[in-house]
Write a protein that binds this ligand. Structure first.
Ligand code: C2E
Ligand code: MG
Ligand code: MG
Ligand code: MG
Length: 286
């Protein structure tokens, strides 16, 4: 409380505000040039089919190495990009780069896999998103069924009617649709059936303690059951341990993604990862 904090307390408050404001300004300034200065890259994290051990897809995850700020986490800079509107250009770059790279792997003779792209709030709310997606697919030559779009629960619930329409227009193209971070938002199960989606991604926060915490295990099992009853497939995020894998396999979760199999990789490293087992995980535990 400023009045009681005295002169020093007040200064401390102003200074800490400055730190936040300065960081924010530096992020914004840096982001404005990030694309043209080639500071953005995508890393790709494998998604593995639990029954076969096949690498069925990758999630494209944005990385920013800023000249001034060094490596900045997407958790920090995506929100700044959203607030400043820079996300439009960045989001379009991500979509193009992910599709270009996925097509390049195919042309290089690697096993065909899906590539999943995260959509931002603004991107999803934008008119004619499907036109951009269609254009990028045409330009890059990536087969439409190889692209998956990830949308979070809260993005869908912001405007349910609008979301249903947008998803139908995207689905009409033939792309795959997934709900990301499922279980952490406020979507109601009754809405779920209105969305033409293909997959739920169980949030990492449930997977972390799934083998030791009864509640997390119950939520995970419930999500899998609901998904399967609605004809949806399930991907578990953040799988780091063998025991988590065993739990998920036992409960018929289709796919997993996490450090257990691989961290997000540079494009070349992902290609090497695909080559090693000809598209399969070489050491799938029982
Ligand atoms: P997300 O879409 O839920 O992505 C999964 C995050 O979990 C990634 O963090 C990934 O590196 C991390 N992860 C994967 N497996 C594990 C694991 O086993 N353990 C742990 N501890 N973490 C794991 P990342 O790359 O830092 O991205 C964070 C978030 O930033 C993403 O969450 C997504 O919401 C956002 N993001 C990243 N790239 C993009 C993008 O191109 N566009 C948009 N709009 N958002 C993006
Ligand atoms: Mg995601
Ligand atoms: Mg997620
Ligand atoms: Mg997340």
């Amino acid at each position: 409380y400023v009045k009681h904090a005295g002169k020093n307390g007040y200064e401390l408050f102003v200074n800490s505000m400055n730190v936040v404001a300065k960081r924010r300004l530096a992020l914004e300034t840096g982001l404005r040039h990030a694309i043209e200065d080639n500071e953005l890259t995508l890393h790709y994290q494998p998604q593995v089919d639990l029954r076969s051990g096949k690498i069925v897809g990758v999630e494209a995850l944005l990385r920013w190495k800023s000249e001034q700020l060094g490596d900045v986490s997407p958790v920090e800079f995506i929100s700044v990009a959203e607030e400043t509107g820079l996300i439009s250009a960045i989001g379009e770059w991500v979509m193009r780069e992910a599709c270009r790279q996925a097509r390049q792997w195919q042309l290089d003779g690697l096993p065909h896999i899906r590539v999943a792209v995260n959509l931002s709030v603004r991107q999803f709310a934008k008119q004619h998103l499907e036109q951009l997606v269609a254009q990028v697919l045409e330009d890059t030559g990536l087969p439409v069924n190889c692209l998956e779009l990830e949308i979070t629960e809260n993005m869908l619930m912001d405007d349910v009617e609008g979301s249903v329409e947008t998803l139908h227009r995207l689905k009409a193209l033939g792309v795959q649709l997934a709900i990301d971070d499922f279980g952490t938002g406020y979507s109601s199960l009754s809405y779920l059936k209105r969305f033409p989606i293909d997959r739920l991604k169980v949030d990492r926060s449930f997977i972390t303690h799934v083998t030791t915490d009864h509640d997390d295990a119950a939520v995970t099992q419930a999500i899998i059951a609901v998904a399967h009853n609605m004809g949806l497939s399930v991907t578990a995020e953040g799988v780091e341990e063998k025991a988590q894998l065993a739990f998920l396999k036992q409960h018929a979760c289709e796919e997993v993604q996490g450090y257990f199999f691989s961290r997000p990789l540079k494009a070349d490293d992902l290609a090497a990862f695909l080559k090693v087992g000809n598209g399969y995980i070489t050491q799938l535990p029982e």
